[in-house]
Ligand binder design. Structure first.
Ligand code: SF4
Length: 189
């Protein structure tokens, strides 16, 4: 991993330059998986459940992801934060989701850079459901993503406890959100 240190430092700097509020390198062993996260997709049922190709039940099971994660040693954890107006703090508006779109862009960028640098299994995970289309094709029963090279599942869709993972990494989150929203993403290396 040491020979990749400079490459990873460059990717981290790039992600910060492009708008990430925090970016750190973590050990994959510190990514916390909890089956209750997946349960929360269905209890109560999320409005994206079965209506987004990057959300359950269209993504690998938690057990499969837990097993695959063992193959990875390191990961980049990144966040995009934004202060919210009083209106958004009371009920989510588009203002809440704008930083999620930014995060998605940065996850794609970081994954691409890592892949180009030789991390051939680099895999990115966003925060929340994929919002690249106004309405996911899955909402109408479609099964082929319109933008497969950009669409990515979220950390929580894979069963990652985002709050516990971020906290362990020293990047605590306030949830439910109040006057600031923070979206967290991950790039397995
Ligand atoms: S890119 Fe569009 S079609 Fe593909 S998962 Fe995202 S919202 Fe759905």
């Amino acid at each position: 991993m040491m020979k990749h240190k400079k490459v990873l430092d460059n990717i981290i700097s790039l992600l910060k330059e492009r708008g990430a509020s925090s970016v750190i390198l973590i050990n994959s062993a510190d990514i916390i998986i909890d089956e209750r996260v997946r349960l929360k997709c269905r209890v109560p049922v999320c409005d994206s459940y079965n209506k987004n190709l990057m959300c359950p039940p269209h993504v690998p099971s938690v057990a499969e992801f837990r097993e695959t994660l063992k193959k990875y040693k390191k990961a980049i954890l990144l966040q995009v934060s934004s202060e919210l107006s009083e209106k958004s703090a009371k009920a989510p508006t588009e203002e809440v989701f704008l930083p999620a779109r930014k995060l998605h862009e940065l996850v794609n960028l970081g994954e691409r850079e890592a892949f180009a640098a030789g991390f051939r299994f680099a895999a990115g995970f966003i925060g929340g459901c994929c919002r690249l289309c106004d309405e996911c094709i899955a909402a109408q029963g479609g099964t082929s993503c319109r933008v497969p090279f950009k669409a990515r599942p979220s950390m929580e869709a894979m069963g990652i406890d985002v709050i516990a993972t971020a906290e362990k990494a020293g990047l605590p989150l306030t949830f439910p959100i109040k006057n600031k929203v923070t979206w967290t993403g991950l790039i397995l290396l």
